[in-house]
Design a protein around this ligand. Structure first.
Ligand code: ADP
Ligand code: LRH
Length: 484
């Protein structure tokens, strides 16, 4: 029974999965190592309208995690294998409040809930945005954790556990804050790699609101006996910290080799940027709304958090409610056939954050600019793709300028890497080669960090990425000048 098998729990805003990752010949000496994925459990996710706001159905998600781990154990047993460890990643910024007894006080709010918007001005009166940026390097988004926390009434005796940390806590009983995700709170010092305690104090937040930091690769703990029994895994099974911010895991698995690359993690959101060794904390960077999030191995994910395929999935939800349910592939094929040069929107418009009749809001925004977008799903789909591709090109050009870099290739990973129209338009708007895939980069990054912690891989991100390249079929798109 080999111990080269790892379970990745990866929950995005639109869906979650539990994946078994197997490392074959991963030592850096062998060039032909590989990482193979087996998806053992999949489930939908989305915000739910509950009394008091937009929240995540965390109890349901945790039940899916347990079901997924059970399925993982069963799949491993079938191959006479033992799962070495479990890694967890989810979307960033959101948290659950837990009391001293370890009880979750309420289902966690979603960052799409509007309540944090009103907290922005009061927070900025206490902490000037320029000062916040100079320390945290975090792009302003109205839902960053610090604004959400500013809406809480009474935090006495409570701790805030970011979503992956909350899952790890329920599995192991151990409270930690994984550092890549901590970097999305607005309360984390990007240079020191520590909590910016002075900001917690300035906002009147308890000093110990968050549990101590843990780095990707360190062990959180082992499964609680009752959990191990419930999912049928050995009690000694470890939970290992990975890049628990899904974007950190995705970037760790970008199949880049030696080239200067940009990446786009394309899913519900589009995370567009560069990997750097040092944060860029300049006023120009702040003005351009670039973030310096922490990556695996202390790297900086210098990126812009842009609107993403939420724009399309929300349209699909509205059309579905109206009885129009085309296959995504058909919709994209029809949109590809439309001529270029149609109307565009700003995907970052805060008007698009909440879930509510997206086609109408997109058309209203276009009308506002004096243009016209027909009430036609194909035209609306094309408008979204053109707008995203334009935004991607602008973000990459801005990142190159602000970080003083030039990139040769753009890697697109995540669900959006399957969208050929979007990939081609991105090649056209950037004028750069686009390499698409892997779709499951996040789970791959999650598995690779665990495998390295277990000693199956040695080296840094370059060595991890070598395994991604050798294990995945990637698609290349070259700029077509005729489309410009
Ligand atoms: P998240 O992690 O934010 O939940 P994903 O990375 O799973 O998001 O990406 C989901 C998106 O990927 C969907 O909204 C959809 O637009 C896109 N997608 C999924 N499957 C396909 C496909 N077969 N072709 C084109 N796009 C796809
Ligand atoms: C993508 C993501 C992104 C965050 C957003 C809240 O899933 O983690 O990096 O900014 O969700």
């Amino acid at each position: 029974s080999a111990s080269n098998v790892f379970a990745a729990v990866d929950i995005g805003a639109s869906s979650g999965r539990v994946i078994l990752g197997r490392i074959k010949d991963g030592s850096s000496a062998t060039a032909d190592g590989s990482v193979e994925l087996e998806t053992v459990h999949r489930f939908p996710n989305g915000v739910v309208e509950l009394p008091g706001g937009l929240r995540w159905d965390f109890d349901a998600l945790f039940a899916e995690v347990l079901a997924g781990l059970t399925a993982a154990g069963t799949a491993a047993k079938l191959q006479d294998e033992t799962i070495t460890s479990i890694g967890i990643d989810t979307w960033a910024v959101d948290y659950g409040l837990v009391n001293a007894a370890g009880e979750l006080m309420a289902q966690p709010f979603s960052y799409r809930d509007d309540r944090s918007r009103a907290a922005v001005a009061p927070v900025h009166r206490k902490l000037d945005p320029a000062r916040l940026y100079a320390t945290t390097g975090l792009q302003f988004l109205q839902f960053n954790t610090l604004y959400q926390l500013a809406t809480e009434r009474d935090l006495d005796g409570l701790q805030a556990l970011l979503i992956p940390d909350l899952i790890a806590f329920l599995l192991t009983g151990q409270r930690r804050t994984e550092s890549t995700n901590a970097s999305t709170t607005g309360l984390f010092d990007a240079v020191a790699g520590e909590w910016a305690t002075e900001f917690l104090t300035a906002l009147g937040l308890p000093k110990k609101l968050f549990p101590p930091l843990i780095e990707p690769g360190e062990t959180v703990g082992t499964l609680l006996p009752e959990i191990a029994t419930r999912v049928g895994l050995p009690t000694g099974t470890k939970v290992v910290a990975v890049g628990s911010h899904d974007t950190a895991s995705a970037v760790a698995a970008v199949p880049a080799q030696d080239e200067d690359f940009a990446y786009i993690s394309s899913g519900t959101w589009s995370l567009v940027g560069l990997e750097l060794n040092q944060p860029v904390l300049t006023e120009a960077s702040r003005a351009a709304n670039f973030t310096n999030e922490r990556g695996v191995d202390g790297t900086i994910r210098y990126l812009r958090n842009m609107g993403g395929l939420w724009l399309l999935s929300e349209c699909q939800r509205t059309w579905g409610a109206e009885g129009f349910t085309p296959e995504l592939a058909d919709l994209l094929a029809a949109a590809s056939a439309l001529p270029p040069g149609g109307p565009q929107i700003n995907p970052d418009d805060s008007a698009f954050i909440a879930p509510d009749n997206m086609p109408h809001r997109i058309r209203a925004t276009v009308r506002h600019t004096g243009d016209l977008l027909p009430d036609d799903p194909v035209a609306i789909t094309r408008c979204i793709m053109d707008s995203l591709a334009t935004g991607y090109a602008r973000a990459i050009a801005d990142a190159e300028r602000l970080a003083d870099r030039t990139v040769d290739v753009v890697h697109i990973v995540g669900g959006g890497s399957q969208n050929r129209l979007l990939c081609q338009l991105t090649a056209d708007t950037t004028g750069k080669k686009v390499v698409a895939g892997p779709v499951e980069a996040t789970a791959v990054g999650n598995v690779l960090v665990q495998a390295r912690a277990a000693g199956h891989i040695t080296g840094g991100l370059t060595e991890l990425r070598r395994l991604v390249v050798s294990s995945h079929e990637l698609q290349t798109f070259t700029p077509q000048l005729s489309r410009l």
